[in-house]
Design a protein around this ligand. Sequence first.
Ligand SMILES: *[C@@H]1O[C@H](CO)[C@@H](O)[C@H](O)[C@H]1NC(C)=O
Length: 184
Amino acid sequence: MAGSSSCSLLVLFVLFGCAFAAKDILLGGKTDAWKVPSSESDSLNKWASSVRFQVGDHLILKYEAGKDSVLQVSKEDYDSCNISKPIKHYNDGNTKVRFDHSGPYYYISGEKGHCEKGQKLTVVVMSLKGGSRPIVAFSPSPSPAEVEGPAASAVAPAPTSGAAVLQGGGVFVAVGVFVAMWLF
Ligand SMILES: *[C@@H]1O[C@H](CO)[C@@H](O)[C@H](O)[C@H]1NC(C)=O
């Protein structure tokens, strides 16, 4: 049972371009995103809520070293912008954090006053088990295509054509054997 399900997962890996591969995710999609946001709509959390973070992924935060820093803090310290007791502290300007467990991660700027102005980030990291969700999300799309008819063969070419090739090969071999018997 476990063997066959991991096998089909492997097939899905290949089909969906390794959906589970760990990613390096640049904060905000740009190199200067770790700063006081210009507006609420530009907030880091708005960006973060649109991104899928999974265990094993890295988040990269770029900023000017010495001018800012990144603190990983508890939820309480995140809420109150308390920079006095960070869990982790980074100030190298090119911070790469790895998410090694699922759940929320809280980051605030270590610069006085920045967190209060919105330079804070919550990342919710999903477990690899949660990572099977994209496959569930993918599977509804082939279904409507099947209903449409011709598109179905384009959606699922591998099993169909694979079977056809095998059958074709079988027919070819059978014909070959028949011809051989007839000749000799
Ligand atoms: C920040 O947290 C520390 C302990 O974690 C506490 O002693 C301190 O009073 C807090 N500061 C503020 C401004 O809440």
